[in-house]
Design a protein around this ligand. Structure first.
Ligand SMILES: NC(=O)c1ccc[n+]([C@@H]2O[C@H](COP(=O)([O-])OP(=O)(O)OC[C@H]3O[C@@H](n4cnc5c(N)ncnc54)[C@H](O)[C@@H]3O)[C@@H](O)[C@H]2O)c1
Length: 260
């Protein structure tokens, strides 16, 4: 196994489940010391226990990424435990469905605070730590919904489109400090979030919904969290030393085609 993250300290938000869990486990397997930032205490501790059982290094920091004080605490605890921060994977995200007419202001603000504002907060407190290390890498999580969308996701797709733009400016602002910032645009990935969507749209047959969404992707299936983690690790590693400000699809070809 390659050890691209030996002596590197990595923060992954929303690392208790889904794609965050997969990337935290993968970073640790390649030698990274991982801070698991997660609002769900049981899920966060499960990820840490799994990493430790595999011989890796990890701490759990209970974090609501939408709260400034929690994010500051996360960065402080990470530095205290591991001595700095080299990599930030802004992964935590949430979704609720509804047209702009139906959606409450609370749901709109909730998605904005976790999917968008949280990345501002984590970057705000992590970048000063990366400066002390002479550089770093940030990977933000957008979505195919930033580029092509569907009905009832105005709030969610607005947050994801904003993440693509946010990524570019962070990349420009901090390139002179050797801090790279990229984002990923996953298609449908089999996680608890996708299962939640399947329950909303096809409560009678959620597995059937996932199978039919998979068929819309040119590769004929939904993706796995582990497949996404491979892209995240590439972008966070020195293998991607000339990549910054970009958004990379991991979508089974979904955005390549028109629905014709
Ligand atoms: N699953 C997909 O098909 C898909 C596609 C494109 C993009 N995405 C994006 O990928 C990211 C990960 O999605 P997923 O499918 O793995 O989601 P998930 O719901 O399966 O897991 C998300 C994790 O984030 C945690 N979390 C939620 N709110 C938090 C908060 N305020 N503070 C800290 N942790 C919090 C949850 O407890 C959970 O452990 C999200 O940003 C999502 O929008 C998902």
């Amino acid at each position: 196994m390659a050890e691209r993250f030996k002596n590197k300290v990595v923060i992954v938000t929303g690392a208790g489940k889904g794609m965050g869990h997969a990337s935290a486990v993968a970073f640790a397997a390649e030698g990274g010391s991982v801070a698991v930032a997660e609002i769900d205490e049981a899920a966060g501790n499960d990820t840490v226990n799994e990493i430790k059982a595999n011989g890796g290094k990890a701490i759990f920091v209970k974090t609501d990424v939408a709260q400034r004080a929690d994010v500051q605490h996360l960065v402080e605890e990470t530095v205290k435990a591991f001595g700095g921060v080299d990599v930030l994977h802004n992964n935590a995200g949430v979704i609720r469905y509804g047209t702009v007419v139906d959606m409450s202001e609370e749901d709109w603000d909730w998605m904005m605070s976790i999917n968008l504002r949280a990345s501002f907060l984590t970057c705000k407190y992590v970048i000063p730590e990366m400066r002390k290390r002479g550089g770093g890498a940030i990977v933000n999580t957008a979505s195919v919904q930033a580029f092509a969308t569907q009905r009832t996701v105005a709030a969610y797709s607005a947050t994801k489109g904003a993440i693509v733009a946010f990524t570019k400016t962070v990349a420009l602002d901090h390139a002179p400090e050797n801090i790279r910032c990229n984002c990923i645009a996953p298609g449908s990935i089999d996680t608890p979030l996708l299962r939640f969507a399947a329950d909303v749209f096809e409560p009678e047959n959620p597995s059937g919904a996932i199978e039919s969404w998979g068929k819309v992707h040119p590769l004929g299936r939904v993706g796995t969290s582990e497949e996404v983690a491979k892209l995240v690790l590439f972008l966070a590693s020195d293998d991607a030393s000339f990549c910054t400000g970009g958004c990379y699809n991991v979508d089974g070809g979904l955005l390549a085609g028109l629905p014709l």
